[in-house]
Write a protein that binds this ligand. Sequence first.
Ligand SMILES: *Cc1c(COP(=O)(O)O)cnc(C)c1O
Length: 367
Amino acid sequence: MSPFPRADYARVSRYEPDRRPVSLDLSDNTNLWGTHPAALERIRAATADDLARYPELYADVLRDAVSVRFDVDPDCVTTGAGSDDVLDSAFRAVFAPGATVRYASPTFSMIEPLAHMNAMSAEAVPWGEALVDPARLCEGRPDLIYVCRPNNPTGESAPAEWVERLLGLADEAGPDAPLVILDEAYADFGGETLIPWVARYSRLVVARTASKAFGLAGLRCGFAVASPETTLEIEKSRGPYKVSRLAAEATAAALRDDSGWMASTVEECLANRARLHSALTERGLRPFDSRANFILFAAPSGQARADALSLRDRGVGVRPFIGIPGFGEGLRVTVGPWPLMERFLEALDAILLDGAARDRANGEMTR
Ligand SMILES: *Cc1c(COP(=O)(O)O)cnc(C)c1O
């Protein structure tokens, strides 16, 4: 009999970031301009059947919308309750005793727990080293390689040539080639997608979410594009009825829409990202060059958790990161409408001033 709880779940914890309510939450990279109007319209038109009946087994309405928008065959599309769920299904599809997931760190914080939840081992390579040489990600023949592009939390985007080299190296393993997941959660802000590459690389899976640029995090809808053979394996692992009818229909409506709502919020986001980058540089906070809708910058006091708490005390939520190789501790802030960025900068200036005052007081004490 297998014991409960499972021994390997000792290293898995319930996901509980600091979510004390704040008046301005800039911690989760959702769309701060609101939600997609076409999706909202579909939800408002809901009927009793939308709730009372089961949804389509494999969310064909969503698969079709993805297929049209990205010009791929519907057999190349899988869906899930958020892209976390798509990643989970993909992990489960490759699982075998002793299977490993390799990724460049820092990256999406769910990857390590998702690996552990699926009884796989997670192996991190420092991001900088992997960027110099993608072969670092293939060493030791992992079963799965995860790359986030643009990368959360740094915002950097690995060059397309780098991805091409990685995929070439991965393919050299022949029938044992690892599955390569390219997470494009922020591709709408980076302006480039590698979805067309799935036609060339049978082991490539490109994951997308409706939670960020589309402003639909509350619906929990994600999808991925891969070869028909790979997609079929992930669909088996996913199982039926994963996406609710309203989520699938509303996300499909947003994908089909050509009113320009998303493009215009993305455009404003990119302008504000440049402005915020300058404001952080002026304050000496070494912001990363981001291709996403967030910016990672140096924690003012050098202690990210303490700084995030100070900002929270002032009503502003940001996400702290510690141990970033070659950088130290940082804070990640979501880019939104400029009045919100002004409120964030005011709170940031207040903690910078507090820090300066503390330094002066300490200086006097030691004098
Ligand atoms: C936010 C995010 C996701 C999306 O998750 P959902 O489950 O679709 O909400 C996926 N990958 C990365 C890197 C993210 O930052």
